[in-house]
Design a protein around this ligand. Structure first.
Ligand SMILES: Cc1cc2nc3c(=O)[nH]c(=O)nc-3n(C[C@H](O)[C@H](O)[C@H](O)COP(=O)(O)OP(=O)(O)OC[C@H]3O[C@@H](n4cnc5c(N)ncnc54)[C@H](O)[C@@H]3O)c2cc1C
Length: 430
């Protein structure tokens, strides 16, 4: 009898210990305030808020979330910079240990700590969603002379540079050629090219000496291979080429492999060279890898190579998602939809790991591909359905509107889109 009581008490103690262990909230650190980071917070918070299983710290070197799909519309004056950003602190409001504005320089996977400047932060679980930065591909002069297209500052710089160019040419030249080169025939290069072309159309009436009929305004997209829009269906590529030939004055130059850039000239591998007034760089990105105590496997393109459960091999509590990560043999597209889909599995797997349940595999499901071609024109493939022109343009607008955070941003964007239908876009230098 005595033995039985003792056994029962012992069991109760074990159960209490287990419950206490569960009750102590785990410290989850999220690095990056972009798509992967913020959506991991939102998804994991939804799963753990009730039981207070997790407390969060988000660390990002920008204090705002940037909605990149609408970045080209900022450079062309359709939208304003503040329309497409939301403060990180507005997106993360509950179960928080805090937000740290800073850059994570080092992760010690052995002691489960990381460094932000001089500050050491410890974690039970870490999610690295540090994204990617522009890739100049070690091309001499590219970084010095081109305008990259990745950040909010880049889009403002591009708009200001275009306006400066027009102001300068209006002042000093009777007749002139304006040459704009865009390096990179991916979706960013195409969308930026179209927006630049449409901004120029709207600038021209305000510059009396400059006029497309009397001056040669040339926009070229330089694509290093014979194929462009990698990963996009042939139908979308054909639609883009047809439009560029007819109503959108942009040339795509295939097999134009840039090897060197100087102040006003781009040199190609085949010996040719092209002059430019503005050079836009959108030739891909490279992952923002953070230094670690141990060298974990990287993919061919330098991204963290994770297991199909999205954590690092042999390190169950460090997850990495979005542009900075890849899964062996998957070559994941570097898209916002990949990052947000991964954030769902990452959140479930952190919870499963805390509760001792098996982890879930990530599977890539591409919902569709959308490409804006400016005013009332777009192209989209959703499942096996193909849309063009106004219908695709409405789908594009509605889809991105539904994705952007915050009622305030949605209202501002709709307002500016409607305004843009009836009045000229904003051509002030900011
Ligand atoms: C112009 C443009 C248009 C695009 N259009 C589309 C589109 O239409 N559809 C689509 O699906 N995708 C689009 N993308 C791609 C999409 O933006 C990315 O795939 C997506 O942002 C990846 O999410 P992420 O969380 O990995 O990185 P990000 O969203 O870039 O977030 C990374 C965050 O981490 C921060 N950070 C980086 N390093 C550190 C560090 N060491 N410490 C702390 N913080 C750090 C960064 O400042 C950033 O806030 C577009 C991209 C661009 C540039």
């Amino acid at each position: 009898m005595l033995f039985a009581i003792k056994k029962e008490t012992f069991h109760n103690i074990l159960i209490n210990l287990y419950l206490n262990e569960l009750m102590v909230s785990k410290k989850v650190i999220i690095v990056g305030g972009g798509f992967g980071g913020i959506f991991t917070y939102l998804n994991l918070h939804k799963l753990t808020h009730k039981n207070k299983l997790v407390s969060f710290t988000v660390i990002s070197d920008k204090n705002y979330f940037l909605f990149t799909p609408l970045l080209p519309e900022v450079s062309s004056g359709v939208l304003f910079p503040e329309d497409i950003i939301t403060p990180v602190r507005e997106n993360i409001t509950c179960c928080m240990d805090g937000f740290i504005l800073g850059r994570v320089d080092y992760i010690d996977s052995k002691s489960n700590t990381l460094k932000v400047g001089e500050k050491i932060v410890n974690f039970d679980y870490l999610v690295v969603a540090s994204g990617a930065s522009i890739n100049y591909r070690n091309i001499d002069g590219a970084k010095k002379y081109s305008i990259p297209f990745k950040t909010l500052d880049d889009s403002i710089l591009l708009k200001n540079s275009l306006i400066d160019l027009f102001e300068k040419d209006e002042l000093i030249k009777d007749a002139c050629d304006i040459n704009i080169l865009i390096v990179g025939g991916g979706p960013t290069g195409i969308e930026v090219g179209v927006e630049v072309s449409q901004l120029i159309d709207e600038l021209l009436p305000f510059y009396t000496k400059l006029n497309r009929d009397f001056h040669n305004i040339d926009i070229k997209i330089l694509n290093s291979s014979s194929d462009f829009l990698k990963g996009f269906p042939e139908k979308i590529k054909k639609y883009v080429l047809d439009n560029f030939g007819k109503n959108i004055p942009i040339d795509i130059v295939f097999n134009a492999h840039v090897i060197r850039v100087d102040k006003d000239t781009v040199y190609l591998e085949d010996g040719k060279s092209l002059n430019y007034d503005i050079l836009i760089w959108s030739a891909g990105v490279s992952p923002n890898i953070i230094k670690m105590d141990k060298s974990y496997a990287l993919s061919d393109t330098g991204r963290y190579l994770t297991t199909k459960y999205l954590n690092l091999k042999d390190k169950e509590n460090i997850f990495t998602i979005g542009d900075v990560a890849d899964i062996e043999n998957m070559n994941l597209p570097m898209l916002a939809q990949t990052a947000t889909d991964q954030s769902k599995i990452c959140a479930i797997n952190i919870l499963n790991s805390i509760e001792g349940n098996p982890l879930l595999e990530f599977k890539l499901h591409q919902k569709g591909l959308l490409l804006s071609l400016g005013k009332r024109n777009a192209v989209a493939q959703i499942g096996n359905k193909f849309f063009t022109k106004k219908i695709a343009w409405v789908i594009w607008k509605l889809f991105y509107l539904s994705e952007i955070f915050g009622k305030g941003s949605k209202i501002k964007i709709v307002f500016n889109w409607i305004l843009n239908e009836f009045s000229p876009r904003d051509i002030s230098k900011i």
